[in-house]
Design a protein around this ligand. Structure first.
Ligand SMILES: [Zn+2]
Ligand SMILES: [Zn+2]
Length: 101
């Protein structure tokens, strides 16, 4: 019985921390929130994901801040036309960006 309560607590706090811990970026007037490196984040200020959602902001379609932490990013293993390694980051399992699939 005690064990069940303990596990429930762990699961609960795990979920809570996952939601609260994530930082996204949004300007005061922005309707979208972004990841730190999104080209649209501009003069955005860091804020908690939960706060951004509370303020009625939506996730950016380009940087997809909701995928943060879920997918691990790898540098693309493909090569560019001039023979250097592709600098794109990708969450694809085969470590190839959309251009080098
Ligand atoms: Zn964005
Ligand atoms: Zn690539």
């Amino acid at each position: 019985m005690k064990r069940t309560i303990l596990i429930t607590c762990f699961l609960f706090f795990g979920l809570v921390f996952k939601g609260i811990g994530q930082t996204v970026y949004s300007s005061d007037k922005g309707e979208k929130y972004h990841t730190a490196d999104c080209r649209l984040s501009g003069d955005a200020e860091p804020l908690k994901l939960s706060a951004a959602k509370k303020a009625g902001k939506g996730a950016c379609d380009i940087c997809k801040p909701n995928d943060l932490g879920k997918a691990k990013l790898n540098q693309c293993s493909g090569k560019t036309a001039d023979g250097t390694r592709c600098k794109r980051m990708t969450s694809n399992k085969n470590k190839k960006c959309y251009q080098h699939q």
